[in-house]
Design a protein around this ligand. Sequence first.
Ligand SMILES: [Fe+2]
Ligand SMILES: [Fe+2]
Length: 252
Amino acid sequence: MSTQQLLAPILSFLKCETPDEWIEEARKPENLSIILRDHLACELKAGQTAMHFLRKYAIDKESGKILADWFKPYEAYLYRKEGDLQSLASQDALSKSAFTTKNADYGQDFIDKMVLLIKEELHHFYQVLEIMEGRYIAFENTTAGRYAKDMMKHVTTHEPDTLIDKLICGAYIEARSCERFAKLAPHLDDDLNKFYISLLRSEARHYQDYLALAEQVAGKDINDRIAYFGKVEADLILTPDSDFKFHSGKPS
Ligand SMILES: [Fe+2]
Ligand SMILES: [Fe+2]
């Protein structure tokens, strides 16, 4: 599948494109370290979000512990600068068969999709870190931007709508990441260009998986809710934002 074919459904799902002003800011060589540091943190956050869904809704306590342990070296690196690339590379593979369902409503398909997503996000984390080390960009933990936080403020507080809303937000975050990687890639050097294009396939699937899970959990038409979050998301992308990050709004 070509990049264009991968992107077509994403561009029609999102209510706006990344503004050129954001691309202008992101392509400045002096901002590369901000982009990569924030990207690294976003990959872990994406994995943790899926872990949260699994632990809260789908898997039993024992499985939850296995999963939480699996994240520990990545969290230790990001939050406490403990460990290095090598210690992350020697992590055992995560197997979806290690998990026991606690709720048949969120069955095997939910677990399979989320476990695959976690594996991929943590692999991306490793890849970003490898790129940063290769470029002598020291890791510094940065504060999160407004994007995901502000979207979450619109999530309903009663189940199952809370989960449905959060899955829709997940779909938007993944879709936006995909659109931004594709739009920014041609403005970066060859290695980064290739890396960002290589991420499109998995991020495009993550967006589709989140959307499919939201529809499955809802068991009814959720187009109004999708449209609602589409508007919230587009506002965050198009309105001025002084905190330049991977998912920030129009630079101001
Ligand atoms: Fe990722
Ligand atoms: Fe993703």
